[in-house]
Design a protein around this ligand. Structure first.
Ligand code: 5GP
Length: 189
């Protein structure tokens, strides 16, 4: 295996803190580059096309599937599709960097199956469902309905934590970051 052909998969229920952790890793390890996913969800305020996601409509997403351009895809929430582009891996590996994915739990398991020993899959575990709920409320981007569906999905996803290479409990962010640095350093050395 070429040293550079590696990927790190970060998965967690929504609100477990994975975006913060991914941002930290990207800042700390210059070696990593974020794989920008494609989604049919509308951009949130401040999100940039091509940086946070490639924002597409349903027809464009279906076209990507037909052309076999996605490694994995999920209907993460009802009617909202997300997928990992093959072209992102080529782009990042060609630049001699390592890929970091931030995907939902099912997507994480699928990517691990695809990349096998080239991948380190990490599950970010929220300390409890109550804390997860509070974090989602603090984010103020959820309606009653999306909050409910995110919590329901989180409970389902927690069952799959043990299928990941590593589980990091995000009770205290700085401790979680220390733990994650340890597993990443071991994987990349
Ligand atoms: P959000 O809409 O909050 O940005 O993301 C919703 C969920 O979709 C998050 O759990 C995020 O990690 C996940 N997600 C983002 N991109 C992908 C992808 O390419 N594939 C899959 N399976 N999930 C993704």
């Amino acid at each position: 295996m070429k040293q550079t052909e590696k990927v790190i998969i970060i998965s967690a229920p929504s609100g477990a803190g994975k975006t913060t952790i991914v941002k930290y890793i990207l800042q700390k390890f210059a070696l990593f580059e974020f794989s920008v996913s494609v989604t049919t969800r509308k951009p949130r305020i401040g999100e940039v096309n091509g940086t946070d996601y490639y924002f597409v409509n349903k027809e464009e997403f279906e076209q990507l599937i037909i052309e076999n351009k996605l490694i994995e895809k999920e209907e993460v929430y009802e009617g909202l599709y997300y997928g990992t582009l093959k072209s992102e891996i080529e782009r990042i590996w060609n630049a001699k960097k390592l890929v970091i994915f931030e995907v939902d739990v099912m997507g994480g398991l699928n990517l691990k199956r695809y990349f096998k020993e080239k991948a380190l899959s990490i599950f970010i575990m929220p300390p409890s469902i109550d804390i997860l709920k509070q974090r989602l409320l603090d984010r103020k981007s959820e309606t009653d309905e999306t909050l409910k569906s995110r919590l329901k999905k989180a409970e389902y996803e927690l069952q799959f934590a043990k299928e990941f290479d590593s589980i990091i409990i995000n009770d205290n962010l700085s401790l979680a970051i220390k733990d994650i640095e340890k597993v990443i350093n071991q994987f990349v050395k």
